[in-house]
Design a binder for this molecule. Structure first.
Ligand SMILES: N[C@@H](CCC(=O)N[C@@H](CS)C(=O)NCC(=O)O)C(=O)O
Length: 222
């Protein structure tokens, strides 16, 4: 495949590429600077276009003008921020704030994602299409284990790092791309409708995130 003229982000709605897509929209990166190709699930799984960029057929994937391709949402988020957020509007560029930002980025990708999706997969079957699973048929022991892990990894972390610390967003008063990552995780668990986000700190934090127009248009409108 010839290298694209512009960085090109491959995205499937509701997949974790949505974090990168939200960032592009929140930074108002014009399509003349970064192009977003939105694929359907069928195109991702069977179409030819994604193969050259992401041989494992996963998104997000970012094709760069030098012919290289990047996968991994954390790396793509950092690339977008370092290339298009030179002012540091949505990421701290130096100091302890940056370390805290990187903590959030790695924590969401390595810990929260797994913990949240284990919950989701006990509520929905995703292949070949999204179907709500019967609560009555759930393995109670496994549900306890999975929701316990979600509470420890995601809920307790948000309560401690945001609520107890008197922060409004992950970094304090200032919104950052870290919040879009938490917003994504919380959105999936919210869709399970199991009361797992009932803690007032989480309600307040997630309430702020889901009120953002970009969150609404990416996740809640259709
Ligand atoms: N570790 C990768 C995970 C990428 C990944 O597994 N993406 C999922 C969507 S969230 C995917 O594309 N799955 C392919 C499929 O369901 O067919 C990352 O953090 O970007």
């Amino acid at each position: 495949m010839a290298p694209p003229f512009l960085p090109t982000l491959y995205h499937v709605p509701w997949f974790c590429s949505s974090i990168a897509a939200q960032l592009v929209a929140e930074l108002s990166i014009p399509p003349t600077a970064l192009s977003v190709v939105t694929l359907t699930i069928v195109e991702l799984r069977t179409g030819p276009e994604i193969l050259a960029v992401s041989p494992r057929r996963v998104v997000p994937a970012l094709a760069l003008p030098d012919g290289t391709c990047i996968t991994e949402v954390g790396a793509i988020v950092m690339y977008i921020l370092e290339t298009f957020d030179r002012e540091g509007t949505l990421h701290p560029k130096v100091g302890p704030e940056r370390a805290r930002f990187l903590q959030a980025l790695f924590y969401v990708v390595s810990e929260c994602y797994k913990a949240a999706f284990a919950v989701f997969l006990m509520c929905f079957s995703v292949t070949p299409k999204l179907v709500r699973l019967d609560r009555e048929e759930r393995d109670a022991e496994r549900w306890k284990e999975v929701t316990g892990k979600f509470k420890t990894v995601v809920i307790d972390h948000i309560v401690r790092e945001i609520g107890d610390a008197g922060r409004k967003y992950y970094l304090g008063e200032k919104l950052s791309a870290a919040d879009f990552m938490f917003g994504y995780i919380l959105m999936w668990v919210d869709s399970c409708d199991e009361g797992l986000l009932d803690h007032p700190v989480v309600q307040e934090y997630y309430g702020r995130l889901k009120a953002r127009p970009m969150h609404i248009s990416l996740y809640l409108e259709s």
